[in-house]
Design a protein around this ligand. Sequence first.
Ligand SMILES: [Zn+2]
Length: 314
Amino acid sequence: MNYIVFDLEWNQSPEGKWNRNQSIPCEIVEIGALKLNSDKEIIDSFNELIKPQIYKKMHHITKEILHLKMEELEKMDTFTTVIERFLKWCGEDYIFCTWGPMDLSELQRNMDFYQVPSLTTGPLKFYDIQKLFSIAMDEKRVRRTLENAVDILHIDKTNPFHRAGADAYYTARVFRSITDAYVERFFSIDVYEAPKSKKDEIFVMFDRYSKYISREFPTKEEALSDKTVKSLKCIYCKKSAKKILKWFTGNGRTYYCEGYCSRHGSLKGKIRIRKTKTGTVFIIKTIKSINEEELKALREMHADLQLKRWRKNH
Ligand SMILES: [Zn+2]
């Protein structure tokens, strides 16, 4: 299997949010990619600029960081033509690798906008090199910039950043520095497309946590009353954990709960509500085995929310 390390540059509405096309807030203007074989050796490259069709002027930030001129882009092929060449170039057996999770979603959003057939009918496994780099550096909560990672690894900065080809190259170099064991253990799942049916739902186990991605539900209430969604199972023995704190929320988008397994100790459940492009709802639930300190933080959060609610009602 090959790795396709890619990076996108995009333009946004020059008038900011005012005149933005909601179905395509980021219009892709460049695709840069490298194909790596299973030994992570670079075997091919892909680099193309794209003629914009939605935003015909550069957003000031895009202009500043990309150093791309509209006149230059005008001469290029449109997205539909370029993406067709890109996907053909990717081949049959590959996995995408990107710096952060955004590029893969934006790629799919642009494809949707131009009615290019989807890459997948459900969630897509990929490698988020930014996340893998943090794990390899043992700083799980930090998300470093690509340039920062390149500096830490003393990689020669031969080309300016923020051009797709250069960024894909640097991402590939960072990727090569990460041991295979990490890469396979900490893959990512893109949920631009939610699971379409119960049998497509995703259950995966990572180091200290499990992840569940539900199918689509018509409403949040229906999702939250589903048995599988509500359940809290111990990630180690899979038995139903005793609920110490039932699912609670502060903002209606993220829910937490505390559970306890008599053999494996405290667990923290977290549900994130996600909306699909058609307005339906699906959920991402993680269950984590937690230590004393994390347990304390969870209970404090619960107490704070209760206090807030009490104040609001009194
Ligand atoms: Zn257990």
